[in-house]
Every structure is written in structure tokens, then in C-alpha cells.
Design a protein around this ligand. Structure first.
Ligand code: ACO
Length: 404
């Protein structure tokens, strides 16, 4: 149910739609989503085809520039990104100042914002298209290095500099997992799974973080500042943070003895405060098409890595089956979402739980960039929602001595 209605405030009629459940904030030509039918397309191309046939950088180009690149365009785009993966040495020093318990998402959002300090020209509202392209390339390149370094920093490991002989996903894995003392073998199955995961997360029209990027950008804030805000929006457990919560929930079920029915009963009890993480979606009231692809990818990855008997996968499958046949979940159209299986793959790839949302942010980056760019090109006005005031009517200031 949603709360929508025309209510009168002092200045006239205002539409109240808490959570924007039925309010369009913009026109967009980037992503088509039909939640009733379970359809997702980037620039018209079905997500299933892109996940199977494309690469993350090709999809990034498609989202940002509107068309699939030619071979020369893709090589140019990927080449530029590779050239910019190194970050300023001063960023290394900033890492030393973060308290050791700082969540990688906090570091990521801070350092993406701090890029404005290294590239102050990005703050100018009237940049040329070429300048914006350079900011885009820098952000795509440097965010992967910063993301990998947040992990290395949390582990207390030496930071790995990017390698220009590797493609985007292989380089990211190298920066995450290589040690100076040990040779790191890049596994093509893992590279391919990572490509797929990043593609599936690359855009999802006006979700919470993307709307944040557009809203912040609508004040003419820089791309770095707008994306930094989007990272914080994504961090919340009801949005991108859900993939971390899913794996923690599966681990809790395993620790508790593996009885999924107990947790399903708890999720149905409104007083428990517990929700089945990875189930339900604001828009998909049919199956999330990304969940189908991810489920298949999870099976393939676990098989390739010899981990097909993973207890977490078994619990996840049981939970999915139980929820899909339970009237509570059927009535509310609560299906597994993209986050339900992504955590299992990330875990199998050796990516630690607190890095899951960072991985989501890395995948969502081209979508945020494309949406920010589209908003600028469409010359959209500054975002400024209205409200229905429900507070006190006018009253006189009470001196301190008279207050109760
Ligand atoms: N477990 C149990 N019950 C649920 C769940 C769940 N995961 N999700 C929704 N419900 C119930 C609600 O209690 C409500 O029941 P009611 O009608 O009896 O009051 C009904 O289903 C509708 O739920 P809403 O919260 O109104 O749905 P909304 O569209 O606002 O929320 C959301 C969607 C936030 C994703 C929600 O389903 C949820 O909290 N899911 C778990 C967190 C999660 O997986 N988030 C990831 C989303 S995908 C992404 O960001 C990439």
C-alpha cells in the first residue's frame, strides 16, 4: 500500500508520496524496468544478453554514451581507464588517518569526494564535454584502485599498485588479492564471474542511490561529490548493504543449526523486527531478472571452484524454496532479489563480507555516471521536494525559567 494523496498546505496543493513510490522524478533513456513482468534493459538491450555476451567496460560505455561501442571506441575507453588507474600518492597518506575500524564504504565515499581536491577543475559547473569525459574516465579508473585499497588497508596488508597489462576486472582482483611474497594466479572463471556481477549491478534506474546522485548533482555539485553521496545512500542495509546482511543471515542460520523454517517464521512476525534479507523489492513484484542470472552464475562459480557443497548455498536454496511456497511471501510478492545470491559468489571469490557493498558500488558506478550526465545534458532543474507541515502552529517563545 502506498500513501499518496493531494493535501493542502499553506501555499496550495501538494502531492504526498512518502518514499516516492509512485512519483517520477525525471525522464530517462538509460534503463527500462518493468517490475510486474521482471524485465530489465540497459539502453534497450536485455540484461540477460548483456550479462552473457558483454564485458563490464563495454556495458559502462553503453550506459554512459548510449550506444554499444565499436572496437576502436571500446579500446580507446578501456585504454584511457587503464592509463588513469594510479591514484595520487597523497591518497595513500590519507589512508593512515582513518581509524582502523572505519567501514570500507566510509573510506570509499570520503576518498571519491576527495578526488575533487586533486582535480579541482571538476568543480566547475560549465565544463566542456571533453573535460567531463576526463572526469568520468578518472572516476572509473581510480575508484577501482581506491576500492581495492580499502580492503588492503582493513587487512593491514601492503597496498598493490594497479597493473596496466591487465583488464579492468583482472586488475581489480590483482590489487585485492596479490601479495608481494606470493604469486597471485588470475583465474579466468573468477574474472568472468566478476564481470557478470558488475554488469548486473551497473544500473537500475531511479533507486535510492541513483536518485541521490541526481538530486545532489542537480545543485551543480561535481560528479565526484554526487557519486560520493550515492555511495553513502547505497551503504544502507535496505539498499546495497543488503548483500552483506544476506550472508550474515545465512551464517547465523548455519550457526543456529540450519533450521530455515525458524527464520521464516521470525520474518513473518512483525514484532520480531527481522526481515528475510535478500527478499522483496520496491519495484519487482515478479522475479528479479538479475537474481535468475546470479543464481546460475553462483552455481557455475561454486562448481568451478569445487565448492558446490557449500553449506551457505544449501541454506540459501532451502530458504528460497521455503519462501517461494509460503503464503506470506506469495501474498506480498516477495521474491529473492539480486543481493540474495551475489553475496554467495563474492564469498566464494574470497571477497570479505564488509567489502560486498563496495563491490556493488563499483558495479553501480557507470549507472551513477550515466544518470548524472543525462541530468546535466537535459538541463534538469534543482531537485527540491515539497512537504506537508504537521508540526506546531505559531506559539510564543517561552523563557527558560518558565519551561516545564
Ligand atoms: N521479509 C519479510 N517481510 C517483508 C520483507 C522481507 N524481506 N520485505 C517486505 N516484507 C513485508 C513487509 O513487512 C510488508 O508487510 P505488510 O504489508 O504485512 O505490512 C510488505 O512485505 C511490503 O513491504 P514494504 O516494506 O512496504 O515494501 P517496500 O517496497 O517498501 O520495501 C524492501 C522493499 C526495502 C526491499 C523490502 O522488501 C526489504 O526490506 N527487503 C529486505 C532488504 C533487502 O533485501 N534489500 C535489498 C533490496 S534490492 C537492492 O537494493 C539492490
Amino acid at each position: 500500500s502506498f500513501d499518496i494523496g493531494k493535501l493542502r498546505d499553506a501555499t496550495g496543493y501538494v502531492t504526498l508520496d512518502s518514499g516516492y513510490k509512485n512519483t517520477g522524478a525525471c525522464k530517462s533513456a538509460i534503463t527500462f524496468l518493468d517490475g510486474e513482468e521482471g524485465i530489465l534493459r540497459y539502453r534497450g538491450y536485455p540484461i540477460e544478453q548483456l550479462a552473457e555476451k558483454s564485458s563490464f567496460l563495454e556495458v559502462a560505455y553503453l550506459l554512459i554514451y548510449g550506444e554499444l561501442p565499436t572496437e576502436a571506441q571500446l579500446s580507446d575507453f578501456a585504454g584511457h581507464i587503464t592509463k588513469h588507474t594510479l591514484v595520487h600518492e597523497d591518497i595513500r597518506k590519507i589512508f593512515d588517518g582513518f581509524p582502523s575500524a572505519t567501514h570500507p564504504m566510509a573510506i570509499l565515499s570520503s576518498l571519491v569526494c576527495v578526488l575533487t581536491g586533486f582535480y579541482p577543475e571538476s568543480l566547475k559547473p560549465n565544463q566542456s564535454a571533453a573535460d567531463i569525459d576526463l572526469t568520468i574516465v578518472r572516476l572509473m579508473a581510480k575508484m577501482s584502485t581506491i576500492a581495492a585499497w580499502t580492503y588492503k588497508n582493513a587487512m593491514g596488508h601492503p597496498l598493490n599498485y594497479p597493473r596496466n597489462d591487465l583488464d579492468y576486472c583482472a586488475n581489480f582482483l590483482y590489487m585485492m588479492f596479490s601479495f608481494p611474497t606470493e604469486k597471485y594466479d588470475i583465474n579466468p572463471v573468477i574474472v568472468s564471474a566478476l564481470n557478470k556481477l558488475l554488469i548486473l549491478h551497473a544500473d537500475h534506474e531511479q533507486n535510492c542511490s541513483t536518485s541521490t546522485v541526481r538530486l545532489v548533482g542537480s545543485s551543480n555539485a561535481s560528479l565526484y561529490g554526487s557519486v560520493s553521496a550515492g555511495i553513502n545512500a547505497l551503504w544502507g542495509p535496505l539498499h546495497g548493504g543488503a548483500n552483506q546482511e544476506v550472508i550474515e543471515m545465512l551464517e547465523a542460520i548455519e550457526k543456529d543449526g540450519g533450521d530455515t523454517s525458524k527464520f521464516i517464521a521470525q520474518a513473518k512476525d512483525k514484532n520480531s523486527g527481522f526481515r528475510l534479507m535478500g527478499f522483496g523489492h520496491r519495484v519487482y513484484k515478479n522475479f528479479d531478472p538479475r537474481a535468475k542470472i546470479i543464481k546460475k552464475a553462483a552455481d557455475e562459480v561454486l562448481q568451478a571452484l569445487g565448492m558446490q557443497d557449500s553449506p551457505l548455498l544449501k541454506i540459501a536454496t532451502e530458504l528460497e524454496q521455503a519462501a517461494l511456497t509460503d503464503q506470506y511471501f506469495i501474498d506480498r510478492k516477495l521474491y529473492p532479489n539480486v543481493d540474495f545470491y551475489s553475496g554467495i559468489i563474492y564469498k566464494a571469490l574470497g571477497i570479505p563480507t564488509e567489502m560486498f557493498t563496495v563491490m556493488f558500488a563499483l558495479g553501480r558506478l557507470p549507472g551513477w555516471i550515466a544518470q548524472w550526465k543525462e541530468m546535466r545534458e537535459n538541463k534538469e532543474p534543482i531537485g527540491r521536494p515539497r512537504q506537508i507541515y504537521v508540526g506546531a502552529t505559531e506559539r510564543d517563545y517561552t523563557p527558560m525559567a518558565e519551561r516545564k
